[in-house]
Design a protein around this ligand. Sequence first.
Ligand code: FAD
Length: 404
Amino acid sequence: MVVGIIGGGASGMAAALAAAEHEGVEVVLMERQARVGRKLQATGNGRCNLTNLHAMEGGYHGSDPSFVSDALTAFDVTDTLEWFRRLGLLTVAEASGRVYPYSDQAGSVVDVLRFALDRSGIRVETGFEATKIRWKEGSFLVESREQAVCCDKLIVACGGLAGTKLGGSMSGYQLLRSLGHHMTKLRPTLVQLKCGWSGVVSLKGVRANCHVTVLRDGVPFAESQGELQFTEYGLSGPVIFEVSRDVCQGKGEWVCQMDFLPLISVQELRCELDRRRENGRAVEDLLVGIVHNRLGRVLTKSIGLSQDRAATSLTDRQLDEVCLALKAFQVTLTEPLGMDSAQVTAGGILTEEFDPHTMESKLVPGLYACGEVLDIDGDCGGYNLQWAWSSGRTAGRSAGEEKR
Ligand SMILES: Cc1cc2nc3c(=O)[nH]c(=O)nc-3n(C[C@H](O)[C@H](O)[C@H](O)COP(=O)(O)OP(=O)(O)OC[C@H]3O[C@@H](n4cnc5c(N)ncnc54)[C@H](O)[C@@H]3O)c2cc1C
């Protein structure tokens, strides 16, 4: 039996290796780029956050998030870590539960998977862009412009549209739709947010640990705590990725409120500012030692305080305003950056058209799908790769073992 897999990314490689564990199964992995795992190589800022110790159903989204349950149980985080250990990858977990390779290099993850593909005798066809699938009487013919691969079972693991420069495309959706499947609207998620505040330009590159609350028409919509990065167009960093899902989708005024000192109460901060007012500094140095110097100056400027003014001349009301700027600074959000900058695609091929236990299509017997092409997206912190491993292994195991 021949199992064909379209897409040599995270889920496709996991599927290929699982299918190849079955005796007598020949596996062909088709990848349109010059090498496998190109996006994987760029994950986690080059470190690859390959899973999360807390990854479970509650961290996933889509029309039916419970779809992830079977695959995540059949191949859970412990199985994933054990599998990578067997492939030769040592890993380390951070206190947050995020797991990285010990080498801190995403390339190590790609390498151990590549070596395993070689060892398993899997035929890897790079530079093969599947453009058409023909399905007839229980066999599939996958065509690229130059070649064709015939297989008995076919797994579509083409990923989503996010990260277009790294290989994200519409291809998987189009191939599955050509076989009768349906999809939801696609939106970028785990993505930077543009804001309508000009002051952000002078903060480019500044990082802050803060608590972020996204408000829609004044009502809290999402919140998180962690590292924020200012960019020339807006807000980025893990804390922003975590709250970015569905922000600015739909009407309303979207605002990001930042507490730059989440561990310090307003009262404590106010006492500290009172002390600083007495010690004769200029306003430009008022917040030195509290937040990043550039951030301190931009915040005091934003409430109209001239920088060379002596802090001793500040009124109680002005100190209250400084306090507010530090504890609840608000900027208007305009839109998320596009799919090319997003890490993940929200939306995708309808999961109700697949069996969650096997990843097999309910419309086309012998056809499977896994990974981001399906209408599933996970939280920031290793959840998306865990979905790729779990769904990929499930699809590969089922495609390899089921007789037709
Ligand atoms: C910059 C960035 C950083 C990220 N960091 C993390 C992280 O640290 N942790 C985490 O959990 N998630 C992270 N993600 C998300 C994660 O990488 C994806 O969710 C995951 O790779 C999806 O796996 P996949 O197999 O479905 O798709 P992909 O890994 O995208 O693989 C799909 C493959 O299919 C190929 N392909 C597509 N169409 C065709 C075709 N027609 N013919 C042949 N081949 C085709 C593509 O070239 C690609 O190689 C990150 C994403 C980005 C963009």
